[in-house]
Design a protein around this ligand. Structure first.
Ligand SMILES: CCCCCCCC/C=C\CCCCCC(=O)SCCNC(=O)CCNC(=O)[C@H](O)C(C)(C)COP(=O)(O)OP(=O)(O)OC[C@H]1O[C@@H](n2cnc3c(N)ncnc32)[C@H](O)[C@@H]1OP(=O)(O)O
Ligand SMILES: Cc1cc2nc3c(=O)[nH]c(=O)nc-3n(C[C@H](O)[C@H](O)[C@H](O)COP(=O)(O)OP(=O)(O)OC[C@H]3O[C@@H](n4cnc5c(N)ncnc54)[C@H](O)[C@@H]3O)c2cc1C
Length: 671
């Protein structure tokens, strides 16, 4: 963070920091995943931000679309050089997934870099889908930025239903080439980040045909532009998809092929091969391993959701400590808006959710690494559970994060609507995460498939995998005894999930017994399947969050343990109160216990209040990363709002030319 001199800091924020009763750094270490990770992140920030600080002369939002894109490319090149020459030196390839790299990217780009998908998906797909020989060929070029790549899977006509993609890759043994073709308008690749004007290579997911047979979708590395002239190759039509709600510097593009040829070696052949004579050979033990990059990105998106929500919470909490409004007690000074319990209700759940998602995200990352290690040994048994886990966690984390970022904007009143607060841009960026890499509903339904099967296994007494082990106890189908202890609440959330899953399974059974096909019975149950999947995910987040807090604070100071536990308890109580209908149905909770729970929630808000600014300081965002007039460390909110307003091109002259062209003639009746 940029602390400046204490004299510059808003007096209310200064007082807030004096009130904080825990060691901020200890919490920062927990959030980063350990002291070593924090130190590495800070090192990366120090290197990168020295350059970022002076990189934008004019605010990004004051530029027109084309200027913004050009500026984003310029900054992407500066940033890539830093990554290549300095940051990879610090951490090696691991840097690509490091929080330091993620954070420093935000210092360069208020919106999104057109290179984001190069590092975010092109490079990971090379690592995940190429043979070692192919990796040796492509990876150094990609890391050296000699080639820039995009990931083109989605088409104009299909995003969710990958099996429905229409682009074809037909093998021609005579020339040992694949012929890529876009047979219809709807087969046009659409949305790929970085594709429109920036990338010269692209991973294309296409239906593979060889020896007259279709083998389903497979990924190919496709050169699309000349490396020197950057002109698209003959047979390739590429461009920008048009203006979007956000991501306008991300260069999302479309792509069409007209009988375009690429060498056989450009098929990514880790999981399946096409031999020179056109013989198709399946290498992978699991059907869905070609979907591996999506699983990887879904896993990272959970921490991405936490990261963006933490930024919004930092902005809104600091602003709420500076902002004073209304006079609830006659004659007394206007209170800081952070003193209103309703404001605490809006904001403390944001801090708690950022913690919950970050700690669950770190746990998911470790699970992902363990499954990957198993798969390297040829064991794919835990892939379905990882898919179910990453699908629902991606769906719920991105959805919660977007909703709560919007809540942070509401919490900042009118000033939250200013682009300079950075909350609108943050929201437009994060709300897209609910859709891309698998839509919310679609992913929850993927998890639901796994849950219904697990329920059937529980009923027949089979051993269950860890994340659904709770279903075994619930198979008894009795209401769980409510208790407002942490363990009691988690047990109740699990009972709600189990009850909902059981109801879905029963509904499907009832429908099929009366002659409905399994497919129709499933469709008729999808509203409740989505709800069951969300309940399962919530129970899992609660359990993982609490487990991680207990584990990670075991060696911390008592005050850190207390504040971390207060936040985690707040998260649980908040969700209990949000789902009282479910608890009444699946647990023994009664009205007096609900009243007690409400009181407990209000007590927690009051307990957290003195530490609120300390808690957001612990997210440790430097001002260059927050980009916010409302959220800077020094709290000079009004000064910054004025400074930013004066940068508006509409303030360059005191009278605009439109006055002379239109308003004056209108007033004179001469228009
Ligand atoms: C430096 C700056 C860094 C900034 C960092 C920010 C981070 C962001 C990084 C990148 C940004 C990303 C931008 C966005 C990119 C994209 O959006 S790429 C496109 C992504 N597209 C999707 O996600 C499409 C979603 N659809 C699907 O995943 C699938 O089509 C489907 C799962 C919905 C259905 O697939 P289908 O083939 O039809 O399968 P089913 O018949 O439904 O199921 C068959 C069985 O297969 C299981 N399964 C499905 N997927 C997987 C998987 N991935 N892994 C393992 N298993 C899978 C499924 O559960 C079925 O199993 P059962 O038969 O046993 O039930
Ligand atoms: C900012 C952004 C960046 C992107 N970047 C990339 C990229 O780099 N590369 C890439 O390949 N793609 C990219 N995408 C595309 C993205 O992955 C898809 O938009 C996403 O997977 C959703 O697919 P869709 O658009 O086809 O939506 P649809 O599948 O058409 O969804 C529309 C609605 O139908 C519902 N629906 C669809 N199927 C079902 C079902 N089976 N059951 C119930 N409901 C259903 C959905 O829930 C949704 O409400 C990007 C998208 C965005 C917004």
């Amino acid at each position: 963070m940029t602390k400046g001199t204490q004299a510059d800091v808003n007096p209310d924020l200064k007082k807030e920091r004096l009130k904080c009763n825990f060691n901020i750094q200890e919490v920062t270490f927990i959030i980063d995943g350990g002291k070593d990770k924090t130190l590495q992140r800070k090192k990366i920030e120090d290197v990168a931000l020295n350059i970022a600080a002076s990189i934008d002369e004019v605010p990004e939002e004051c530029l027109n679309l084309k200027e913004r894109y050009d500026n984003a490319v310029r900054k992407s090149c500066v940033y890539s050089n830093i990554v290549k020459n300095e940051l990879l030196e610090i951490t090696g390839l691991e840097a690509l997934g490091s929080p330091g790299l993620r954070r420093t990217a935000d210092a360069f780009f208020k919106d999104v870099s057109p290179f984001m998908l190069h590092l975010g998906m092109f490079v990971p797909t090379i690592i995940g889908q190429c043979t070692p020989e192919q990796q040796a060929h492509w990876l150094p070029k990609a890391l050296e930025m000699q080639i820039i790549g995009a990931y083109a899977q989605t088409e104009l006509g299909h995003g969710t239903f990958i099996r429905g993609l229409e682009t074809t890759a037909t093998y021609d043994p005579a020339t040992e080439e694949f012929v890529l073709h876009s047979p219809t308008l709807t087969s046009t690749k659409w949305w790929a980040g970085g594709l429109g004007n920036t990338a010269n290579h692209c991973i294309v997911v296409a239906q593979l045909y060889t020896k007259g047979q279709c083998h389903g979708t497979h990924p190919f590395i496709v050169p699309i532009r000349d490396l020197d002239t950057h002109e698209p190759f003959p047979g390739v039509k590429v461009g920008d998809v048009g203006i979007r709600m956000g991501f306008n510097t991300a260069d999302n593009g479309f792509l069409r092929f007209n009988q375009y040829r690429i060498p056989r070696e450009n098929m990514m052949m880790k999981n399946a091969k096409v031999m020179k004579d056109g013989t198709y050979v399946k290498v992978a033990r699991h059907e869905k391993l070609t979907y591996g990059t999506m699983v990887f990105v879904r896993v990272t998106l959970v921490m991405e959701a936490a990261f963006n929500l933490a930024k919004a919470a930092t902005i809104a909490v600091r602003y709420s400590a500076v902002r004073r409004q209304s006079q609830p007690k006659p004659g007394e000074p206007e209170p800081q808006i952070l003193d209103y319990p309703t404001q605490q209700h809006k904001l403390f759940i944001c801090i708690a959710t950022a913690h919950a998602l970050q700690l669950t995200g770190l746990w998911l990352w470790r699970t992902f690494e363990a499954v990957l290690a198993d798969m390297r040994k040829g064991d794919t048994d835990s892939l379905p559970e990882l898919h179910a886990l990453s699908s629902c966690l991606k769906a719920v984390s991105t959805s919660d994060s977007a909703a709560l970022i919007e809540q942070c904007r509401f919490a900042c009143g009118g000033h939250g609507y200013m682009l300079s607060s950075n909350l609108p841009l943050l929201y437009s960026f994060v709300t897209a995460t609910r859709t891309y890499e698998g839509d919310y509903t679609v992913l929850l339904l993927q998890t639901a498939r796994f849950l219904v099967k697990a329920w059937e296994q529980a009923e027949s007494g089979k051993v269950l995998t860890p994340t659904v082990a709770y279903l075994a106890c619930a198979a008894a189908k009795e209401k769980v005894v409510w208790s407002d202890s942490v363990d009691g609440m988690i047990r109740s959330f699990q009972a709600v999930a189990a009850g909902k899953i059981a109801a879905c399974a029963e509904n499907i059974k009832r429908l099929t017994k009366t002659g409905t096909s399994l497919e129709d019975a499933w469709q008729l149950s999808t509203v409740r399947l989505v709800a069951a999947s969300e309940a399962h995910c919530r129970a899992m987040i609660c359990q993982a969050y609490w487990h991680e807090v207990t584990r990670l604070t075991a060696s911390c100071s008592a005050s850190v343990k207390i504040v971390m536990e207060q936040l985690a308890t707040l998260y649980l109580v908040y969700w209990a109160l949000e789902t009282t209908g479910d608890l009444l149905r699946y647990s023994t909770i009664c009205e007096s216990e609900l009243n007690k729970l409400q009181l407990k929630y209000e007590e927690l808000l009051a307990l957290i209040r003195p530490n609120a600014v300390g808690l957001v300081d612990a997210f440790d965002f430097r001002d260059e990363i927050l980009h916010s007039t409302l959220g800077a460390y020094d709290g000079r909110v009004y000064e910054r709002l004025m400074e930013e307003a004066l940068k508006s091109p509409l303030n360059e002259t005191s009278v605009q030319s439109s006055f002379h062209k239109y308003i004056r003639p209108l007033a004179k009746g001469k228009l």
